[in-house]
Design a protein around this ligand. Structure first.
Ligand code: C5P
Length: 232
């Protein structure tokens, strides 16, 4: 699995996104398009960035009945993205439907990655609101195993969980890890953070980096630093 740095393009317009990416003059970083940008600009933002030569992780976290997710994934498959995701909580039947839907007529498909439990969900909320009695780490690993069993390619997880996920689901099961910060940088609202270098040592396959690059005074230098620490 080739390691790569994915820039989270958490912008609310095409204009802002292109102005940001133009700074990379000629270089084509792997980018993540999330709900904010997708809902603001629609599918055309995906086509535009694809045309410019970027690999794209479309982070829409689908979660619905299996038939609806299958059909939605079939539509998304036409956008030719490289990675999509969904909630493992939708069950194995939903994940299998997603895989079926996202597979293009020529047999190719993007990587399909599962969200296990959102990192914003605390142990307390898991137990008291969601009525899941098991500990968080056991729940996360079980959902990851469900995703693997359904035939998915990997999960979004914290770098600190990447090793355990690989142990449970195999070394080729992809770990996509946000919560990345430079050792000398701001944490923002992320609590448990990891440097790109630590994420590499912990076995992450892809790191997702937003503000440490998008808000940097020199975003290209910040991206290069991530690549140097994580990939090279
Ligand atoms: O700016 P920052 O580096 O914190 O951005 C991280 C990106 O990864 C954001 O787009 C955020 O929504 C996403 N993400 C996350 N934690 C998760 C899942 C996704 O930070 N558990």
């Amino acid at each position: 699995m080739g390691k790569d740095v994915i820039i989270a393009c958490d912008f609310s317009s095409k204009q802002e996104t292109l102005a940001f990416l133009d700074q990379f003059s000629g270089r084509k970083p792997y980018v993540k398009i999330g709900m904010e940008l997708f809902y603001a600009e629609g599918p055309s933002i995906v086509r535009d960035l694809k045309e410019r030569g970027h690999q794209i992780f479309l982070d829409l976290k689908l979660h619905d009945i299996p038939n609806t997710v299958k059909k939605a994934m079939a539509v998304l498959s036409r956008l030719d993205v490289d990675m999509v995701n969904l909630h493992a909580a939708g069950t194995r039947a939903m994940m299998e439907g997603a895989l079926e839907g996202v597979t293009r007529p020529d047999g190719t498909r993007p990587l399909v990655i599962a969200v296990t439990q959102l990192t914003s969900t605390s142990q307390e909320r898991l137990t008291e609101e969601l009525l899941i009695e098991k500990p968080m780490d056991e729940t996360v690993m079980h959902y990851a195993a469900n995703a693997a069993q359904a035939g998915l390619d990997g999960v979004v997880c914290a770098p600190l969980e990447a090793g355990k996920v690989h142990q449970r689901c195999g070394k080729d099961f992809v770990t996509v890890t946000p919560g990345i910060r430079f050792a000398d940088g701001e944490k923002g609202d992320q609590v448990r953070v990891t440097t790109p270098e630590q994420a590499k040592a912990l076995g992450s396959d892809y790191i997702v980096v937003g503000r440490p690059i998008t808000q940097a005074s020199d975003p290209v230098a910040a991206y290069d630093r991530c690549v140097k620490e994580f990939v090279d």
